[in-house]
Ligand binder design. Structure first.
Ligand SMILES: NC(=O)c1ccc[n+]([C@@H]2O[C@H](COP(=O)([O-])OP(=O)(O)OC[C@H]3O[C@@H](n4cnc5c(N)ncnc54)[C@H](OP(=O)(O)O)[C@@H]3O)[C@@H](O)[C@H]2O)c1
Length: 343
């Protein structure tokens, strides 16, 4: 809906501990006009991601923090409304760091650039928020490149019912691995087992994790795709095999920490098992995005990858919706619907 104004959420203060809606300031600005080389995009879906919490802080990180007073940074999908760039035309669907607002001014190629989605779309637009978006590509690149899965190996993934974890587990099944997911509720465990084809799922809120891992992984753990760090990483380290690989994707258990977080107690197992732990940021893999999207798209169309989106209606609800990433109160990929999809 064109309201004639550009609703925005700007960063008002840096969170101390959990994010609160007061960390954002609501503003209404005029809809901007593109200058030469720029494109005006109307946002449709705003992706809510754990990294938003990192960007809100001023701790050392992989991109500049969002400045106080700046429009909150966020990935999204939108439609071009007006273009002064030769490669973009009104009606084009694009993705990029569009921000927490109705309208974004984007550069066509560099800086806060946008990328065109394929036309015609090979699948529903929502797939580009989910498995064909940044989180699916993160799963694909981190798991395949650092995990180096071999058929028959045992793979464990944490935050397994989330955007990245659910895709990691399904790719691991495609690669003929045994897959065990760790997540926070029986409902999420059922989704992993009954719909996504995981071999086992552990509710870390109710199980003794070390005991449950020993039962679920009788041959030990060859790959641990770490989305959370903390106590879950520590428990997994007690079960890793010789030459295990640990793609370190995220540390969400520490993002709201107000005190320094100690390293894993069982760190010695990295040495004893000659394991490899490697952090990565999806931006490292930009050249592989087309390959990842193509293969993920094929798996999606073959029904080998399934996904669930938790879509919160309305930009106005973004500041409260983001809390769902940290209280675990959602299944699959979290996003906000800012405007209707074009017909
Ligand atoms: N390296 C990269 O380039 C890259 C790219 C994308 C994402 N990531 C990272 O990957 C991880 C997953 O991201 P996502 O987008 O897929 O998010 P997500 O899994 O869809 O949502 C976050 C999930 O984290 C779990 N969680 C929250 N607080 C936790 C805690 N204290 N301890 C354990 N688990 C907790 C919850 O799942 P449960 O219900 O299972 O607890 C929650 O649903 C995050 O750490 C994120 O920062 C990294």
């Amino acid at each position: 809906m064109n309201t004639g104004k550009n609703r925005q959420f700007r960063l008002a203060s840096r969170p101390v501990g959990d994010i609160t809606p007061n960390n954002f300031e609501y503003r209404e600005e005029p809809i901007p006009s593109p200058s030469d080389g720029e494109v005006l995009v109307r946002n449709i879906y705003l992706s809510l991601d754990p990294t938003n919490r990192i960007w809100m802080s001023d701790r050392p990180q992989y991109m500049p923090p969002v400045a106080i007073g700046q429009v909150m940074r966020g990935g999204g999908i939108g439609v071009v409304e007006e273009s002064k760039h030769p490669n973009f035309h009104p009606g084009d669907l694009v993705s990029g760091l569009l921000g927490w607002q109705d309208y974004a001014l984007a550069l066509g190629n560099t800086g806060n650039g946008i990328s065109k989605l394929p036309s015609p779309l090979p699948c529903p637009l929502t797939a580009f928020v989910g498995p064909l978006g940044a989180t699916g590509i993160t799963a694909y690149c981190g798991f395949l490149d650092i995990g180096q899965p071999q058929a028959g190996e045992t793979v464990v993934v944490s935050a397994a019912a989330g955007a990245v974890g659910s895709v990691v587990g399904q790719i691991a099944k495609i690669k003929n691995c045994r897959v065990v997911g760790i997540t926070s509720s029986d409902e999420k465990c059922r989704w992993l087992l009954e719909e996504l084809g995981f071999d086992d799922a552990i509710n870390y809120k109710t199980a003794n994790l070390e005991t449950a891992l020993a039962q679920s992984c009788p041959d030990g753990i060859d790959i641990y795709f770490d989305n959370v760090g903390g106590a879950i990483l520590d428990a997994v380290l007690t079960k890793i095999n010789l030459h295990a690989r640990i793609p370190l994707c995220g540390l969400i258990s520490a993002y709201n920490a107000t005190e320094p977080v100690p390293g894993p107690y069982n760190y010695s197992q990295i040495l004893m098992q000659r394991a490899k732990i490697q952090g990565f940021i999806i931006l490292d893999y930009l050249p592989r995005f087309p390959e990842a999207m193509q293969e993920l798209g094929q798996w999606l169309n073959q029904g080998k990858i399934k996904y669930k989106l938790e879509i919160v209606e309305g930009l106005e609800n973004a500041p409260s919706a983001i809390l769902k990433l940290f209280d675990g109160n959602k299944i699959g990929k979290l996003a906000v619907k800012v405007a209707d999809e074009p017909v």
